[in-house]
Design a protein around this ligand. Sequence first.
Ligand SMILES: O=C(O)CCC(=O)C(=O)O
Ligand SMILES: [Fe+2]
Length: 278
Amino acid sequence: MNTNTTDNLIENGYAVVKDCIDKKIIDVIKNNINENLIRILKKSKKKYTKDLVKNYYEVKNILSQHEIQVILAKQLVDNNLISKILLNKKVFQELTDILGSDIEYQTDMELAINDKQATNDDYLVKKYHQEFWSGVGVESLLIWIPIHLLPDMGTMELIEKSHTWGHVPHRNREPITIPKNHKQKSIDIKEGSILIMTALTLHQTVKNKHKQPRIAIPVVVRNFYYPNTNNTDLFNFKKLHLSFFSKFRKILGNKQYSPFRTLGQKRKSIFEKYNKQR
Ligand SMILES: O=C(O)CCC(=O)C(=O)O
Ligand SMILES: [Fe+2]
């Protein structure tokens, strides 16, 4: 077990797991994003190129950034690419070490895209906030996965140990007050690595002044047996992995353990086959 990640989360409210996603998967994700940008451009009879960045700025003339972020994330969910990242061996190992192996992830999500055009929009350039404010419970983790990140784009900033402050009073998407003595940390991370935070870790967007957009996937992951401590019953989740206990419950089918329920059944569950991407 990698105690480092859990220790860092407990101690500081965040952990960076380095080099845990295969470059191939990052490329598959970039391709999926580009294919969908091209699909949008084709539909609107606009010109497109092979270049994701050019296509992205073209699509911004058609759709709002919020719409782009939602549409692109939905495609990643529907094409099982979010599962593919989370089931990638090293990522999965970290998640199960922290949460156990009954894991689900939130599917009503959006990409976090930050480009030089985003100026004072506090939805796109987020001030210090806790995910708890939006309904994520303390039983959940927030995983921030950079997909297109060049060295001088900036990443994410957070306040170390802010997860121990509890629910920080807030108004209009920013804290009303925070303790004077705090340590702000700019996250040192590259493509292929992930940032894990608690639902109470205060974090904010770093403006990206690079001419290319920074693209990241923020996804909420939880163990579905842990009590929901906030509003996650209103979110949509997709099962990522079942433990022995959950698989056994599925075989039995119901809480009455009906005897001989599936006696002689030849059909095999496709869930396992479908999730054998690791
Ligand atoms: O990537 C970012 O700029 C911030 C993302 C974020 O904090 C969020 O989606 O909650
Ligand atoms: Fe956030």
